[in-house]
Ligand binder design. Structure first.
Ligand SMILES: *[C@@H]1O[C@H](CO)[C@@H](O)[C@H](O)[C@H]1NC(C)=O
Ligand SMILES: [Zn+2]
Length: 741
């Protein structure tokens, strides 16, 4: 036996191995073993405790000396689940002449446990015992290697060992070394090894291609695939799967289609994994029709094939088609459920998204953090505070890790549900904060009218090394607008360029114009618009026009209106605003003209819709809605509300009645605005004194805003209304927005 003349430099602490050698099994016995009842015992054994008894028995009967028994004993200890690797090592130490098989067994077991250092320690011990590695040793040893630098360093030394032991040309060893380099991120070393091999089989090519994939060098993968054909190496299924995955990652449809052609001529089809790779490639490249064609031709499909289609259709906006497939799936996993929920969120169908999430619970599929982020997004949009809170508790209880994305989603949910306090609490508790965390809390505070706090946090953020971006600035400028901080807003706007080098786009200019005009600086706002480096959009003119109504400036209103009407917008908001302004200035002909224009052009007003959450369920109302199961109760409550309002001295705003007539709503339509239905429902279905939270898809109208103030006083309720722009918190007859919105 040759002695080993070199050792490994890297210090992997060896498991200590007290010698428990007994005299009985120290002598090797070359003759065949006697009949062995203990072997069948060992086969039935399931715990180390039982195992130790059997081992003892074998030592006593002398069976433990035989190689066949030693193999069985060691295999048991190395088995995953019930095994014990420290004990395995003890076994090895008391065997006077263990063969490499036994050591390989232990090395492989360490690798399978993702403990590369322990595997190397076993390898070193093997060398120390005077044994040389064989062709199996290196593959077993290397397969547990990770990206860890020390481990990779050790990999280079092991490569040298393989050469010295004359094993480097063995194809298994070669593949293992190549894979080890690729996993360790040393893709150049992998390529060097690849190029140095004189005879390369398809397995080695595959290892190199997947090595490139692993290191996100997808173009290299494709290039290698092409040279493979040049060297007349026939790709196999795994080759195709790897290159297709590279095409998918690059979103390179052309390349993917070419590979598909190669696959078709290669007689590798039908094969489930390969077809799944094709579907995935087409899905990633957004060619869902091609993905569908592959799918329908599959003789068998698994959950991956179905899910890829669901993901693809959901992503491309065909959520109904995704749902159809989702309902047909024989089984659904976490990914398919999450894709479906995500699809509904992307399609703004938040209520359905929550329904699917509920069904997922019933199906007992455990959501992960990513699912939670998606569901929280839906809650935020719906103002579904109860569901959002439930999710937070659920995550606590099920120990789903709250990463930054989940934290950000929670902050967003709380602020969009009007619970700034909780949003701030989550924010404070987050130890890791990224740009989105700061931006979310700043925008959340702004939305809720806590402009000063938002600005305070903005400056705190600037002090940290997290840099604000354009979105953060939108939040900060909105904060100024909602808090009336005109000077601060101007200052922020210029610091955006000078301090952070962010060029304001038309949205930022819109914020500035909104801020200035809202606080009566209409001339300055107009000047800002005229000096904008880009074409003002409808939001910019719209902000100015809306402010003109509040400040009663007909001249600028007409100017803004002219620009807006020229833009041919699909909704009637500008016409209505102008019509209102004309009516207020007693220019009834012009007001009439505007209403005629709406009728003539067939422009519609986006229907108002309000929702309220009750016991975790979202109830939606549109104006004049009678579809709710408790409709008759709601309408009698409305009547009562109307009487109470009149008694309290509330007078309906006539300008809004104009609007109602334009919309050809019923005469009492104003009483049936969606937000009032939502409030009526809230009043009859919640405890006295409970806060009523309403989410409205449009801006709240002047008249309803007024009515809400009265209602909060009459019914002694806090009423929180989130409209398209911001929050209104009505308490004791006052609104948190101070009537600026
Ligand atoms: C302006 O920039 C912000 C982010 O910097 C972005 O969210 C917004 O969509 C942009 N506006 C337009 C009209 O592109
Ligand atoms: Zn308000």
């Amino acid at each position: 036996r040759r002695s080993v003349e070199f050792s490994i430099n890297v210090d992997f602490s060896q498991p200590n191995c007290p010698a428990t050698s007994t005299a009985i099994n120290s002598l090797p016995c070359p003759s065949p073993p006697p009949p062995a009842p203990s072997l069948s015992l060992l086969r039935a054994c399931t715990t180390m405790k039982e195992f130790k008894r059997i081992h003892f028995l074998m030592i006593r009967t002398g069976l433990a000396r035989f190689a066949v028994h030693q193999r069985r004993l060691l295999s048991f200890c190395c088995a995953s689940g019930c095994g014990d690797l420290a004990y395995a090592r003890l076994l090895l130490d008391v065997i006077p002449t263990p063969d490499p098989f036994l050591w390989n067994c232990l090395i492989r077991a360490h690798s399978d446990h993702r403990a590369p250092r322990a595997a190397v320690a076993a390898y070193v011990a093997m060398l120390a015992s005077g044994l040389a590695p064989n062709a199996h040793t290196f593959p077993f040893l290397l397969k547990g290697f990770t990206r860890d630098d020390d481990v990779v360093q050790c990999g280079y030394e092991l490569h040298a060992h393989a050469v010295k032991f004359g094993l480097a040309a063995n194809s298994h060893v070669r593949n293992a070394l190549l894979r080890m380099y690729a996993v360790g991120g040393k893709v150049d070393s992998a390529r060097e090894l690849f190029d140095s091999c004189s005879e390369r089989d398809v397995v080695l090519w595959n290892a190199m291609i997947s090595g490139y994939n692993r290191n996100t060098l997808f173009e290299e993968s494709c290039r290698l695939f092409v040279s493979m054909a040049r060297e007349s190496i026939r790709p196999n299924g795994i080759t195709y799967i790897s290159v297709l995955s590279a095409c998918a990652k690059m979103r390179n449809l052309d390349c993917g289609k070419q590979i598909h052609q190669c696959v078709l001529t290669s007689s590798h089809l039908p094969e489930l994994r390969l077809q799944n790779a094709l579907i995935e490639m087409y899905q990633q490249c957004s060619d869902m029709e091609a993905a569908w064609r592959v799918f329908v031709e599959m003789p068998t499909r698994d959950v991956i094939s179905w899910t890829a289609l669901v993901v693809g259709f959901a992503k491309s906006g065909e959520v109904d088609r995704a749902r159809e497939l989702f309902d047909q799936m024989p089984e659904r996993d976490l990914v398919s459920w999450t894709a479906m929920i995500n699809g509904y969120v992307a399609a703004n169908k938040f209520k359905v998204a929550l329904e699917v999430f509920r069904a997922m619970q019933v199906a007992m599929v455990r959501p992960d953090a990513f699912t939670m982020v998606t569901v929280l997004t839906a809650c935020a949009q719906l103002g579904a505070l109860e569901v959002g809170e439930w999710i937070r508790t659920y995550m606590d209880r099920n120990q789903i890790k709250m990463d930054i994305a989940v934290g950000n989603a929670l902050i967003d949910m709380y602020s969009k549900c009007g619970c700034v306090k909780n949003a701030v609490e989550v924010f404070d508790r987050m130890t890791c904060k990224d740009r989105f965390t700061w931006t979310t809390i700043i925008s959340g505070l702004a939305l809720n009218g806590h402009g000063e706090d938002a600005i305070y946090l903005f400056y705190k953020m600037v002090e940290t090394d997290v840099r604000p971006d354009g979105v953060t600035y939108i939040g900060a400028l909105t904060a100024c607008a909602h808090a009336g901080l005109v000077d601060k807003g101007r200052q922020l706007f210029s610091s955006m360029i000078t301090r952070h080098g962010i060029m304001p786009n038309v949205t930022h200019y819109g914020c500035l114009v909104d801020l200035l005009s809202r606080f009566g600086q209409l001339e300055e706002a107009l000047e800002t618009i005229n000096n904008m480096p880009m074409k003002p959009n409808s939001a910019v003119w719209g902000a100015l026009l809306a402010a003109c109504r509040v400040h009663g400036n007909l001249e600028i209103a007409e100017l803004a209106g002219k620009h807006l009407l020229r833009m041919d917008l699909p909704d009637s908001a500008a016409y209505l605003l102008l019509s209102n302004i004309y009516a207020k200035s007693n220019k009834f002909d012009e007001a009439h003209e505007m209403r005629e224009a709406i009728r003539a052009k067939g422009i519609r007003k986006e229907p108002g819709c309000s929702s309220v959450e009750m016991n975790g369920e979202i109830h939606e109302f549109v104006a004049g809605d009678r579809s709710h199961p408790r409709s008759s109760e709601i309408y009698s409550k409305l009547e009562e509300m109307s009487k109470e309002l009149n008694a309290a001295g509330y007078v309906a705003d006539t300008s809004e009645i104009f609007v109602s007539m334009v919309e050809k709503e019923k005469a009492n339509a104003i009483n049936e605005h969606s937000e009032r239905l939502a409030i009526a429902f809230g009043l009859i279905s919640s405890e006295p004194g409970a806060t009523i939270r309403v989410v409205k898809n449009l801006r709240i109208c002047v008249d309803c805003h007024n009515a809400m103030k009265f209602l909060s006083e009459i019914y002694k309720r806090e009423i929180v209304v989130r409209d398209r722009k911001r929050f209104h918190r009505f308490i004791n007859g006052l609104c948190s927005c101070n009537d600026y919105w």
